[in-house]
Design a binder for this molecule. Structure first.
Ligand code: TRP
Length: 451
């Protein structure tokens, strides 16, 4: 496919909002607060921000360079620069597929909660226990969550089928600003709750005694997951950037927006968690159990809960779209299949995997992989293993395989003024990211215990 015929995003703002739409998702609002809660609150936040700056941002820049310089899907992009490395493309496709397998299930839950909020006022009871009972009954039900998973995939499919401009771009431009405003309003409300300050303290006070090498791995996994780097989402989106889109400012903006949303989500959730007396490390159910009990304390509770879950659904869907596009673009361009057919192949296969993941929380609970349900195994393996590994390869690829001049020109828009910055990023990619990632892996395999 020649690149003249390839779609591009309309403006620079669109580039930022689309990439931020892909990055901001359940990872920020659903996953970040509970991962932070389980790993030492404020200390985790500090490590998270450090990892985002020295690893997340450079790897995002690397993916932007890989994508825009090749004008191609993830597989084609690696091949464009090196025939040997094209197999990295497979890894991108496989990991996107596995992430979507559990992600679309949670996206489905957010849709159910939206519908449920409108239909029967989910936020009537202030008792977290009641919401906990509802939540566990719902996710282990043999068919309802499966239907909502399919609904999430169909919505995603519709946007993908509308195309890069009319679907993906329009959707992100409309929805991202609304999401930010809602989060700010909710954070203010949450902080004003009785006992809310305790939560704020827990979230922001750094207690480094809880930090271990494992925390670092979890933080890096979360950075990669949240920023959508490591598996070609950003490569694919950057391939639709215009040639005058400034990659540096785009990446910095996306990283800042993404981190801001995660912090805001923490500010919504922790004060409220402490206020209603739930364990901050309650895990993946925090958003679905805690928030409804908080909404119940607010005037117009139905309106709040409906808006919140709608926006959570939106955040989730813009991310599922970014993952879907990785696979659709690849099938479409590599196998020369019509885009629509490619989109259907993706949608249907993900729906099958999602169904298995959803059922593993109830009916198929007995099917365990290393003791984990299919759902938890997909989450664990992708975020803690596949993403960091493929993030490392993206760093090595951009640092060592892509020509220095291509890298610097692409990043700086050929302006000498910024070539220093580009060199710093290149050093981070060539040495710092790979070395840190390898050390963390070795440590987790127990190979550094002699130190
Ligand atoms: N970043 C998204 C979130 O935070 C999830 C996501 C979308 C993703 N595309 C990705 C994660 C690519 C890793 C890689 O919810």
């Amino acid at each position: 496919m020649g690149h003249q015929t390839r779609a591009t995003f309309g403006s620079k703002l669109s580039a930022v909002l689309v990439a931020a739409g892909g990055a901001v998702g359940l990872g920020n609002i659903w996953r970040f607060p509970y991962v932070a809660g389980e790993n030492g609150g404020g200390a985790f936040l500090a490590i998270y921000i450090l990892c985002a700056v020295i690893m997340g941002l450079p790897i995002m820049l690397a993916e932007f360079v890989i994508g825009r310089s090749s004008h191609s899907n993830a597989f084609g992009a690696f091949r464009h620069h090196s025939n040997l490395w094209k197999y990295m493309g497979f890894n991108c496709i496989l990991t996107s597929f596995l992430i979507m397998g559990f992600y679309c299930v949670v996206a489905g839950w957010t849709i159910e909660y939206t519908v449920h909020s409108v239909a029967s006022g989910i936020a009537r009871s202030t008792l977290a226990d009641e919401h906990a009972a509802y939540f566990s009954a719902f996710i282990s039900n043999p068919w309802r969550p499966v239907l909502y998973t399919a609904a999430a995939m169909l919505l995603t499919h519709t946007v993908i089928a509308l195309g890069v401009r009319k679907g993906i771009e329009r959707c992100s431009r409309m929805l991202m600003p609304v999401l930010l405003i809602m989060l700010v309003v909710l954070a203010v409300r949450s902080l004003m709750m009785p006992g809310g300050f305790e939560g704020l303290r827990f979230f922001l006070y750094p207690d480094f005694s809880k930090v271990s090498a494992r925390t670092l791995l979890v933080a890096i996994g979360q950075v990669f997951f949240s920023l959508s780097v490591g598996l070609g989402s950003m490569i694919t989106y950057a391939s639709y950037f215009k040639s005058d889109t400034d990659l540096r400012t785009t990446a910095v903006n996306v990283t800042v927006i993404d981190t801001l949303v995660a912090v805001l989500a923490g500010l919504v959730i922790f004060p409220a968690v402490f206020s209603v007396g739930i364990e901050p490390s309650a895990g993946s159910s925090l958003v679905f159990i805690t928030l409804p009990s908080i909404f119940a304390t607010m005037p117009l509770s139905t309106v709040w809960s409906t808006l919140f879950f709608l926006l959570l659904a939106v955040a989730a869907l813009t991310s599922v779209i970014s993952l879907h596009e990785v696979i659709t673009a690849c099938i479409h361009e590599e196998w020369h299949i019509r885009r629509r057919t490619a989109a259907w192949i993706t949608t249907l296969s993900i729906t099958v995997l999602g169904t298995a993941a959803s059922l593993s929380l109830g009916l198929l609970d007995g099917w365990r992989i290393f003791g984990l349900t299919i759902f938890d195994a997909l989450d664990f393996v992708t975020a803690n293993i596949l993403l960091p590994v493929s993030g490392m390869f993206s760093a090595l690829f951009a640092g060592w395989v892509i020509k220095r001049t291509t890298f610097v020109d692409e990043l700086t828009g050929r302006s000498m003024k910024y070539s220093r910055q580009a060199e710093v990023v290149r050093i981070l990619l060539r040495y710092v990211c790979p070395i840190m990632l390898s050390l963390i892996f070795l440590d987790n395999l127990g190979l550094l215990n002699w130190l």
